[in-house]
Design a protein around this ligand. Structure first.
Ligand code: DAT
Ligand code: MG
Length: 167
């Protein structure tokens, strides 16, 4: 079954110059990239993305981490991968959430670490199921940023609309 999944290359992955390595590993899946961009993550976006973890002790640090406050890299790379069993293929390649438990050859096993402060720096995020993938893709991307139609859309008339354009 064809699926789509959200991937984020997290600030530690960017700081360690792992973007190329991670994309190369992901290309083993033969999935198709249907969207990609660099994002400066707002407090609101970070909290919404990780809302299922908001009661955890590590939540405040997790928000700082995904916003790049721990790596002086205030950006993540966001991508949508599409194809047969995309969610499981990417999860398998990514490895376990805890990088110390992740299989050594997985992406997190190869490049992740746990900081002395207990943060799981696991270099990438990937959606965990179809419902989460839909929620996350709609949170991170506008329909026109994705080159295929993944979910139903509608046209809406915006009354007063301000937009930044090239001067
Ligand atoms: P995943 O990123 O594998 O989907 P998750 O959604 O359960 O895992 O957690 C999101 C992130 O939160 C995870 O990438 C790292 C962090 N995290 C999860 N459990 C943690 C823990 N016990 N201690 C520290 N950080 C944790
Ligand atoms: Mg998750």
């Amino acid at each position: 079954m064809n699926q789509q999944t959200l991937i984020l290359i997290k600030p530690d992955g960017l700081k360690k110059s792992l973007t190329g390595n991670i994309l190369t590993r992901l290309s083993e899946t033969k999935l198709e990239i249907v969207a990609a961009k660099m994002v400066r993550v707002s407090q609101e976006l970070a909290q919404e993305h990780y809302k299922h973890l908001k009661n955890k002790d590590f939540f405040p640090e997790l928000i700082k981490y995904i916003r790049g406050e721990l790596h002086q890299r205030r950006k993540v790379m966001a991508l949508v991968y599409w194809g047969e069993s995309a969610i499981q293929k990417v999860r398998d390649l990514a490895g376990a959430t805890n990088p110390e438990e992740a299989e050594a050859t997985s992406i997190r096993g190869s490049y992740g670490r746990i900081t002395t402060g207990g943060i799981y720096e696991n270099v990438l995020h990937c959606s965990s199921n179809e419902q989460e993938a839909e929620r996350e893709i709609k949170l991170w991307f506008e329909p026109e940023e994705i080159i295929v139609d993944l979910y139903p859309t509608k046209i809406t008339q915006l009354k007063s609309y301000k937009k930044r354009v090239w001067r």
